[in-house]
Design a protein around this ligand. Sequence first.
Ligand code: C2O
Ligand code: CU
Length: 508
Amino acid sequence: GLSTSAALARRPPFTGAELRSAVPLPPAFQVSLPLPSVLAPVSTSGGADRYEITQREATAEILPGVRTPLWTYEGAFPGPTIESRRGRPITVTHRNELPVPTVVHLHGGRTPAPSDGYPTDLVLPEGWPDAHVTHTGPGGPGHGMHDPQAVLTRLTRDYTFPLDQRPALLWYHDHRMDFTAPAIWRGLAGLHIVRDDAEDSLGLPAGRRELPLMIADRAFAADGSLDYPALDPALRRRPGVREAYLAGVLGDVILVNGAPWPVHEVDAARYRLRILNASNARHYELEAVSDDGRLLDLVQIGADQGLLTAPVTHRLLPIAPAERYDVIIDFKGVPVGSRVRLLNRLGSGRTREVMAFRIARRASDDSRIPRTLSTDLPIWRRSDAVRVRDFSFRAGQMHGGHGWLIGGEPFDPARTDVTTHLGDVEIWRLVADVHHPIHLHLVGFRVLSRSGRPPLPHDAGLKDTVSLRPAESVEIITRFDGYRGRYLFHCHNAEHEDMGMMANIEII
Ligand code: C2O
Ligand code: CU
């Protein structure tokens, strides 16, 4: 933990253009923490489950007394949670009743390409012209790329997930080309938890002592809607939008599971917190502080792609957009009636607060944190790699305006950036100008080094998103296995992604 803090203290804090809400905001730690409902399958047959999700507009009371229109999965933000079992395939039929095309991606899923939610594989709403797909996103209205490989469907699409993968917290979200950031901002995100018997038998805190926490910042306009600096001049309602896009869009309200700065009543016992940063652009450094100023240990047991080999203890946990951390916190010893606040050391003012736990009662606790959590973590040695590739993630020119580029190029669905062979192990060296969380579809990877030094404690385990910090270079290693086809890697600052910072991987 201490080495993490020391390393983090050496760099300047993240800054960006933060939108200010135009409605009154509630005090922190008043609204109770919602727990997303778990979706029931509509049928189970032949060892596979089928789910249905309707994407539709809905209105929710996120801030007390304020009605906020949203784009949702099943009327809720976050969308319903899907709980699945390792190796048991599921099909999710998505029905698009929104006014725009959508694409669904299961982030962290080991998914065959046709169901991976490629950004041009649109589900068109009824009445949307099907002749030609023109992208009019933040890259500039009508830059008009056409993807000959795109597979369009109308109204519904079946996404099939084999889920032949390590148990982990995944999430599903919109992935439409050029429009991912505004779509997620308006509410198109939900959780997916993969479980298996081995993990169930570890004795980790479970049931109501396992809490999924989806953290996301938002800003609210005067009419209660979620404010967003659309670049489309027809939708533009505030100056400075280009600046917001350069940094990524930040809000001044911190939501957990869709509630502002919530509070949750807990037993004086261990809890398993499954934390996702679903923010478009905001980075957090989380710490758990008791009312008497004590920092509680955050014992990390898992990363993006499931359990670590052994627990790693942190006092400060940095989390970039799309990253997940699976941590155990022990409220035993915290006085009943007092609170533990989850704070964001990178925030200032209201964005320093995230949520609070109120210790409601003493309770027995038979949970444990085994010293060995898993034994199936892939270990790839440098000598296993058949090639090394270099990628820069930097600002640059795109379609005559500002964009974000990988290796000097903005995203083009028709260009193959990486061709690799099924089963190849590769080392990728990533360098950044500013802070970019880099995500690979299909595969998990290990962090090998940071700017020539060993990885940081929070780099442990199998990752699918790595926080690439300003002026840093990071080496990752992975094996491209699972499926052949066209996949993506991209920055998960959602505005950067929409402004070009994405590229194709072809696995042959
Ligand atoms: Cu979370 Cu390509 O996405
Ligand atoms: Cu970026």
